[in-house]
Design a protein around this ligand. Sequence first.
Ligand SMILES: *[C@@H]1O[C@H](CO)[C@@H](O)[C@H](O)[C@H]1NC(C)=O
Ligand SMILES: *[C@@H]1O[C@H](CO)[C@@H](O)[C@H](O)[C@H]1NC(C)=O
Length: 257
Amino acid sequence: MRLLIWFSFLAISLSHELPSTFQKCPRKGPNFSQCSVKAVENAVRQLTRPIKEVGLPVIDPLEVPSMTIAPGNGPTKFQQNYKNMKVWGYSKGQFSKFDFDFGQKTVTLDVLFPELVFEFEYDFNGTILVLPFQGHGPGVAIFGNKLRFLRNFFNFFPEKIKYFFDFWLEEYTRGGRKYYRVVRNRLVMEPELIKFKFDNLFNGDKELGDKINQVFNDNSKEVFGDVKSSYEEAFGQIFTNIFNRLLARVSIVDLFE
Ligand SMILES: *[C@@H]1O[C@H](CO)[C@@H](O)[C@H](O)[C@H]1NC(C)=O
Ligand SMILES: *[C@@H]1O[C@H](CO)[C@@H](O)[C@H](O)[C@H]1NC(C)=O
């Protein structure tokens, strides 16, 4: 996997406070975890606009200028080149776990999204389940839920895209203040349903294009499974960069009450 990292990491010598709209939790309080789950969810909800003081970009839509996913070992024998990707839905995460282990310096987060929509320009050339295909053009992938249609009407079907994050932190001192930075991460993505639509396959040959789109959708679990770890690495790095931008600006004492 090659990933163009577009968030330049700026070392800023001033420490910033968390925005006043962010909730802080007492680090030594008995309910630190429950409080943090809510605080993080609330902060993430606000990232439909950037919060420049603490280096946070918009995450809904999250913009990924370019991303390359290496060919899989199974059905997806082609390199996936993406440009101008936008991901909708990250601000709607529902957090069920936020564990901050101060001794081990680890952060564990479980979050569930009602739906994630990836819009992009793709450039593919290779084979899918031994069928040769190529194309470039606009595309969309939806991580959603089997009952999306019904959910829109009744609004009570369970949402089923889960992200599990682990971050390993390191502490360092700058200007007499202590800061964290993420030095390692792990992301596990568990979508229940994936739908693909790639326009302009085979330079717009509709019949062939429809056929390949059908192959993608009929085998979406296998297709995604084949390259899942590359996606996890790519998005794990993206969220690590975002987290690090905050951590580089807000010192440890200012993160908590
Ligand atoms: C803190 O957690 C305890 C145990 O889970 C619970 O009984 C208590 O109501 C919580 N307090 C607050 C302020 O949330
Ligand atoms: C796709 O890849 C094959 C084999 O590498 C190559 O011969 C062909 O020209 C490529 N097609 C396009 C449209 O890039």
